[in-house]
Design a protein around this ligand. Sequence first.
Ligand code: ADP
Length: 294
Amino acid sequence: MSPHFPPASTPSADIRGLSLRYPQGPAVLEGLDWQLLPGQVVGLLGRNGAGKTTLLEALLGLREPSSGEVQLFGQPAQVLDDATRARIGYVPQHSDLFESFSAAQLLAYFRSFYPRWNEAKVEGLMSRWDIDRDKPIRKLSGGQKQRLSIIRALAHEPDLLVLDEPVASLDPAGRRDFLRELVGEVLDRGATVVFSTHILSDLERVAFNIAFLSQGRIALQAPLDELLEQVRAFTGSVTEVAALMARLGAQPLKRIPLEAGRERVLARLPAHAELPAGVAADRLNLDDLFTELT
Ligand code: ADP
């Protein structure tokens, strides 16, 4: 079996019961479970401070969990062998390293570490994204630095690509181009791509999977089109809503108490569920889902 194409049943990343607390701080992640499969593009959504960076760093084995397990391609994330490490690409949120290198020097340096390196892709993106090869990196704009960091992470054709707020300093045209590149990664090679963002419109451009991080856990993950179709808001008395949930086989995702013994409940309908006549089940757009679930 080629090491680069694990069977579809082997997750690229498999997180079980992950808890993480910073010294003297509150718990950021609490018993979090998350699986990322080959061929998935996952947008990780959460409010500021929800723990997205912490989660991505723990996923990469860069932070030690208080408890729980993280496996990448079947190996513990903190003790990967070199071949497995070479299958991972990471674009951190900020990186001030290598500021005195030029882009050309930076890429040559990284190329020396990887058995696989797609020079044609690197050259194509460097030209298309208009990055000066010879200036010191500290003289590039924020957007150019970010693009360079993305090129560096795509160059060795990783099977798992992790990006922390990668589009934050790109302009809208840069974001579109970048998203096309990401999707190309997945379609061409069955890679897994996960990135955190708070720019909801980016997620709506492509049929991404969306994972909501809230209260230390992945509250929900599903393809965006399924979420928009299946997550509904029901309003009624507590007993009416409970009976409806039981009848539909739906699990409440969030319950919001209203006055006079009524409540508003967000729940995901099972696929092909038939709503009884006369039941109001409001659809939510992505903005509303973000507000309600994070
Ligand atoms: P997000 O990426 O979703 O904005 P972070 O993972 O950066 O969230 O932060 C989650 C929480 O952990 C925040 O409350 C933040 O203040 C805290 N935090 C992050 N990094 C550290 C650190 N190195 N030491 C202590 N607390 C931290």
